[in-house]
Write a new protein. Structure first.
Length: 328
């Protein structure tokens, strides 16, 4: 069934959450002047911390809050720790941001823009330069190739390839490839560059980080597929954060990037700034989810399940189309 790899990886992540929550002692006592800001980096924490720390320092200075920067190992942990009240604010890619609105009282206060001012990015498939592997080879299956999938709740690493590539072709990655591994974007890029994995998911922003941090590895990567545009990541705040504090955080992000120093910090993160948004901007992700659910229903052959999934897909698809028509 489409998405079974993602669900198995999600289960592994969920098992880790129980241990983490127990170690952290459950929900933390609220302090209106202190927040925990969480990030799941596409690269290692060692590489990400110097990029995020200056932004968090500015957040503290501008808002007067005490801000702890915390890195988490996967998106399941990120959402669950927000649900438990252990984090108040987080940078999340679109799919876990949607999970947070559903399960962790998360509220979208802004979305990220890239350096060109765009609010979208693209999922990609990468192979090693000179391998000769084509997209046709990937889609031929035959369990000949090894494949690197993203985090179970990664928008570009898992959902987008299922929704836009494998699902429409009725391909289940677990049945298609000799081996399927789940890892973050940096690990997948290095595994492909070093010849340890034949093909892997990634995204165009992740490849920019690889090019900057490991030019040798980047030269060994070749993109063989890219997705339609995907909504960029979000800044998510828990609903029980003091409204005045939330507004200070929102104001900080939506005005950040005016000075040369601030622009330099954003450049290091491959961002151009932040734009106001609410959870309606995640409707294209809802549509991707509904598309995968409809494809799974069709594979099941259950007429009632198919009808229900088709109705859900058509409803969200109509909403996305209507929003595109009114967008200036």
């Amino acid at each position: 069934m489409i998405g079974s790899i993602a669900r198995r990886a999600l289960l592994v992540g969920a098992l880790g959450v129980t241990t983490l929550l127990a170690a952290c002692g459950g929900e933390e006592e609220a302090d209106p002047n202190r927040i925990v800001f969480a990030v799941l980096p596409a690269e290692s924490q060692a590489a990400a911390e110097p990029l995020w720390a200056p932004l968090i320092d500015d957040l503290e200075a501008e808002t007067g809050l005490e801000v702890e920067l915390r890195f988490v190992p996967n998106y399941t942990v990120l959402v669950e720790t927000m649900r438990a009240g252990q984090i108040q604010v987080a940078w999340m890619s679109a799919l876990p941001a949607l999970d947070a609105t559903r399960r962790a009282d998360g509220h979208i206060i802004g979305r990220i823009m890239n350096r060109e001012g765009e609010t979208h990015y693209r999922s990609v498939l990468i192979t090693r330069t000179g391998s000769g592997i084509t997209l046709e080879d990937v889609m031929a299956c035959g369990r000949r190739l090894s494949f690197g999938m993203g985090d179970a709740r990664s928008t570009s690493g898992t959902l987008a390839p299922l929704a836009f590539l494998f699902g429409p072709a009725e391909i289940e990655p677990a049945d298609c490839f000799r081996e399927v591994r789940s890892a973050n974007h940096q690990a997948n890029a290095l595994a492909v560059a070093n010849g340890q994995v034949d093909v892997a998911t990634n995204n165009d922003v992740g490849l920019l980080f690889t090019e900057r941090q490991n030019p040798t590895a980047f030269r060994n990567l070749q993109v063989i597929w890219e997705s339609p545009p995907i909504p960029e990541s979000a800044i998510v705040v828990r609903g029980d954060v003091d409204p005045a504090v939330t507004e200070r955080i929102r104001s900080f992000f939506l005005t950040y990037g005016d000075s040369p120093e601030e622009r330099a910090i954003l450049d290091d993160l491959e961002y151009g700034g932040f734009q106001a948004a609410d959870d309606s901007y995640l409707d294209p992700v809802r549509e991707m989810e509904a598309s995968v659910a409809l494809m799974e229903a069709r594979r099941s052959g259950d007429a009632a399940r198919i009808a229900e999934a088709r109705e859900a897909y058509e409803e969200i698809h109509a909403r996305v189309v209507a929003a595109q028509e009114v967008r200036p």
